[in-house]
Design a protein around this ligand. Sequence first.
Ligand code: HEM
Ligand code: HEM
Length: 191
Amino acid sequence: MWRNRRDSYGLVSIGFHWAIALAMLGLVGLGVWMVGLTYYDPWFNRSLALHKAFGILVLVLAAAKFGWLIVNPGPSFGPEVKPYERIGATAMHWLLNAFIVLLPATGYLISTSEGAGIDVFGLFEVPALFDMSEGTRDLAIKLHFYLAYGLIALVALHAGAALKHHLVDRGSTLRRMLIPRSTSRGADRSA
Ligand code: HEM
Ligand code: HEM
């Protein structure tokens, strides 16, 4: 139930997937909204503080998720999954995992570029570690922006593939990312 098996995801991996997915998509929405606010808006400071704290939370969840994947690898592909689907799904998962780290990392660089640490829900502070030039800060802002919009495109493909596999191919890929030990029809995965 908790652990991944050869043909199904366990509760822990499912929990990590949906918590990180929800947080990342929410942060894109919050990010786009907050950069449109003016200084006089009551949410001007609060929205950025929330964005930073939830962004750091994603990084903490990601570290825990990667640790869990090392001790408890995810299910494998079944023989019925076509080679191009395996390559596409594997590449997509690597890319999404890279975005899960790079988005908060570039956000961290922007927010600590003037030497201040990041307050996380008043619980602890992440210190500023690097001395940064104006040029590096500008680069981090650009990267953060392009990564956030790139994420939307990747997630559209990723979720589209999962839905196609569920509705058209009638595979168990989506079901097994929703329910642990669902009645999977073998070890297929192609989202
Ligand atoms: C809202 C739409 C989403 C749907 C419907 C969805 C669906 C799925 C499904 C069905 C799988 C299992 C694929 C398999 O077994 O091969 C999966 C895996 C995965 N998804 Fe998503 N996903 C969504 C959003 C996201 C987001 C926003 C991220 C990250 C930013 C993400 C990252 C991943 C990763 C890294 C995996 C590989 C397994 C793991 O390491 O947890 N997904 N997704
Ligand atoms: C974890 C996933 C994250 C996502 C998906 C995300 C997404 C976004 C988006 C969509 C924007 C608006 C970009 C624009 O239209 O200009 C933004 C801006 C920003 N984000 Fe994030 N963010 C994340 C994490 C973080 C973290 C961890 C921090 C800092 C600790 C951070 C700090 C910022 C800052 C300072 C801005 C404003 C940049 C500017 O002045 O243009 N973000 N973010």
